[in-house]
Design a protein around this ligand. Structure first.
Ligand SMILES: *[C@@H]1O[C@H](CO)[C@@H](O)[C@H](O)[C@H]1NC(C)=O
Ligand SMILES: *[C@@H]1O[C@H](CO)[C@@H](O)[C@H](O)[C@H]1NC(C)=O
Ligand SMILES: *[C@@H]1O[C@H](CO)[C@@H](O)[C@H](O)[C@H]1NC(C)=O
Ligand SMILES: *[C@@H]1O[C@H](CO)[C@@H](O)[C@H](O)[C@H]1NC(C)=O
Ligand SMILES: *[C@@H]1O[C@H](CO)[C@@H](O)[C@H](O)[C@H]1NC(C)=O
Ligand SMILES: *[C@@H]1O[C@H](CO)[C@@H](O)[C@H](O)[C@H]1NC(C)=O
Ligand SMILES: *[C@@H]1O[C@H](CO)[C@@H](O)[C@H](O)[C@H]1NC(C)=O
Ligand SMILES: *[C@@H]1O[C@H](CO)[C@@H](O)[C@H](O)[C@H]1NC(C)=O
Ligand SMILES: *[C@@H]1O[C@H](CO)[C@@H](O)[C@H](O)[C@H]1NC(C)=O
Ligand SMILES: *[C@@H]1O[C@H](CO)[C@@H](O)[C@H](O)[C@H]1NC(C)=O
Length: 552
């Protein structure tokens, strides 16, 4: 009996051993698989293709972004079907024009054209003629809304205003143009457009702009009324009541090591934070004040106190994401603690190593990530690393470039009638660094540019040169072949009598705002994206790799 017992014992022990070994193998194997999945998993994100960013992903110890002065693509650049918001204007295309023509078919003209000897700008048939003309001439824009034409400066002229969108812009934001048209009569006494003047020439049709009283805490009370793009509404949302504050759930990030790093680093971190807030279904507490890194500033020193709205579209952001401004939030929080005996529940999180998944169940009103550690442990984006990348997605569609800057982009493209080609010439530090970019300097020399571009762009075309080359006359050799346009040719668009200047000053408590390096690159690249033929530095002008030798 004892013997038998010991045998079964032995068998049992072996079995247990076997099973536990098996279990362990399965465990090891699944951990392995899991790790592989975690490492290879890449969220669907357009920026993943950018080596600068994926490099950071895999080499966290040295997680600094290279002196990368390029601009990341933002939501409006990326081919994605945007849900059309309710009430959005329909594009005015051939079908729409035909329909309105039918409506006015009853307004037949009398024989001998008696009633159309004079140009009547408010005649609907005249607008139809202009709509047709625009559709034929400006193929790269979508026309959205026309206003009734008004008299120009002469009897046969009419000024017309409309809203449009460039076909290359993926957002539904609208821009405005107003031009002056010379009107004649066609064979059958129909109105005919003889010619159109340039961008923003129809000054009589320029709408009387709405004067709005400056409100909100951020605006200077001294500027009581101001002229602004009445389509932009990027005032800071207010929570309002005490109970509204208490009902909310917030995710609050203290400033981390990201502060004063480059703008691409900022975006990479900010969108991680916003992604976590969305994953946790919380309102993100947002610091609208940005520190602009020295690589982008005129002074070459880090500059604090830049407003998010100088660079990005806050109106769009607040429409698609739940956010509250930090100052508003802190005031409400303090007020709550003062008025009520019971403190508001706060969960403080000291390290990024506490994952978003671990916080999912937390019921505290405020989750406060503190980022006190040393660099690079105190970078916001570390929250989205590893396992978290599977759950948290960066809501990159929430970021569009500032409409105020895009108005400048439209103005530059519009002045060239959207009929231009562009070349991107990257020089600067990269051209000087012969180790990483051995041929870049030579390949972007004036003579090389002339030789290479002639094979790609027809001569006498409008050529926009987007570049970080500071020397204005560097591209003079191109001028005998092309109509060269540089960003600095449009200085008055951000000069001290410009709309941009007025509007940004309003956001900045009445102080004027520098048109800084990052804004320059934002505008430069957006104009480049609107060109018909786009020539890139890397792979079109030079065989050097974008991120240095042996990276492509
Ligand atoms: C980080 O940088 C140091 C020195 O620049 C280098 O020795 C090290 O290999 C780098 N680590 C990684 C992961 O790239
Ligand atoms: C014009 O736009 C309408 C919808 O807005 C569309 O149904 C129609 O097909 C378009 N017509 C042309 C010729 O593109
Ligand atoms: C111009 O056309 C509008 C709309 O058809 C009409 O109401 C108006 O009387 C016309 N004006 C003249 C001077 O013919
Ligand atoms: C526009 O011009 C026509 C004649 O050219 C004139 O009869 C009409 O009164 C003008 N309309 C306005 C609003 O000035
Ligand atoms: C004038 O109208 C007739 C009939 O509608 C058409 O056949 C002819 O092509 C038109 N002529 C012009 C110049 O538009
Ligand atoms: C601007 O947007 C806010 C919401 O963020 C809204 O409450 C306010 O009425 C808007 N103002 C205008 C003039 O549309
Ligand atoms: C997110 O939070 C809001 C209110 O805070 C709630 O109404 C909604 O059901 C929540 N959604 C999810 C998916 O938890
Ligand atoms: C605008 O700039 C010009 C040239 O820089 C300067 O002469 C002028 O005084 C400035 N005007 C204002 C109102 O700041
Ligand atoms: C900017 O503001 C000044 C005064 O505040 C005004 O005279 C000027 O017309 C404005 N410029 C534009 C383009 O709105
Ligand atoms: C630039 O290079 C890309 C990729 O090699 C190519 O698809 C494109 O056609 C080139 N552009 C021009 C203008 O030659």
């Amino acid at each position: 009996m004892k013997e038998l017992n010991s045998t079964t014992d032995a068998i049992g022990q072996n079995l247990v051993k076997l099973i536990s070994n098996l279990c362990f193998s399965v465990f090891v194997f699944s951990v392995l698989i899991f790790t592989v999945i975690a490492i290879t998993y890449q969220p669907p994100d357009p920026w993943e293709s950018s080596r600068a960013l994926t490099g950071v992903f895999t080499q966290v110890e040295n997680a600094t972004f290279q002196a990368d002065t390029s601009v990341l693509k933002t939501g409006e650049d990326i081919a994605a079907p945007w849900a059309v918001p309710a009430g959005a204007a329909e594009p005015i295309n051939e079908t729409v024009i035909e329909k309105s023509e039918e409506n006015f078919a009853s307004l037949t003209l009398k024989s001998g054209c008696e009633d159309v000897r004079v140009v009547n700008c408010s005649d609907p048939r005249l607008l139809i003629a202009i709509e047709k003309f625009n559709l034929k001439v400006f193929k790269s824009v979508v026309f959205l809304e026309y206003q009734i034409p008004v008299n120009g400066s002469k009897a046969d002229e009419c000024d017309v205003a409309w809203r449009f969108r460039n076909k290359k812009e993926k957002s539904w934001r609208k821009y405005r143009d107003f031009r002056r048209f010379k009107i004649g009569f066609g064979g059958n006494c129909t109105y005919e457009v003889l010619s159109a003047r340039g961008w923003h020439s129809g000054i009589n049709a320029r709408r009387a702009r709405v004067r709005v009283k400056a409100t909100g805490r951020d605006e200077n009370a001294k500027i009581t009324s101001a002229i602004r793009d009445d389509e932009i509404n990027d005032t800071i949302p207010v929570l309002g009541s005490d109970s509204a504050f208490r009902k909310g759930k917030y995710l609050y990030y203290s400033r981390g090591g990201d502060y004063c790093k480059g703008m691409n680093h900022y975006l990479w971190s900010f969108l991680c934070a916003l992604g976590e807030a969305q994953y946790l279904n919380r309102t993100f507490v947002m610091d609208l004040s940005i520190c602009l890194a020295g690589m982008h500033t005129q002074s070459n020193k880090d500059e604090e106190g830049k407003d998010f709205r100088f660079y990005f579209d806050f109106e769009h952001l607040k429409e698609v994401a739940s956010i509250v401004q930090e100052e508003e939030f802190l005031q409400d929080w303090k007020k709550w603690d003062r008025v009520h005996k019971k403190k508001i529940p706060v969960r403080k999180v000291a390290s990024y190593k506490i994952t978003p998944m671990q916080l999912k169940k937390d019921k505290s009103t405020i989750i406060w990530r503190q980022f006190d550690g040393p660099e690079p442990d105190n970078y916001w984006y570390r929250v989205c690393e590893g396992q978290a990348a599977k759950y948290v997605q960066r809501p990159w569609r929430a970021v569009w470039k500032s409409k105020r800057l895009m108005n400048i982009v439209s103005e530059i493209s519009g002045r060239m009638d959207w009929d231009f080609d562009a070349v991107h010439v990257v020089r600067g530090e990269k051209a000087q660094n012969k180790e990483l970019w051995p041929h870049l300097d030579a390949d972007t020399s004036p003579d090389a540019l002339v030789a290479k571009l002639q094979g790609m762009i027809q001569s006498r075309r409008n050529l926009y040169v987007a570049t970080n080359e500071p020397f204005y006359y560097y591209f003079d050799k191109l001028r005998s072949h092309y109509k060269v346009h540089l960003l600095d040719d449009y200085k008055e668009l951000w000069g001290n009598s410009s709309e941009w200047y007025n509007e940004t000053r309003l956001l900045n408590a009445g102080r004027s705002v520098d048109f800084d390096g990052y804004m320059r690159v934002e505008v430069d690249t957006e104009v480049l994206y609107r060109a018909k033929t786009q020539v890139e530095t890397f792979y079109n002008l030079t065989n050097d790799c974008k991120d240095g030798i042996n990276t492509c």
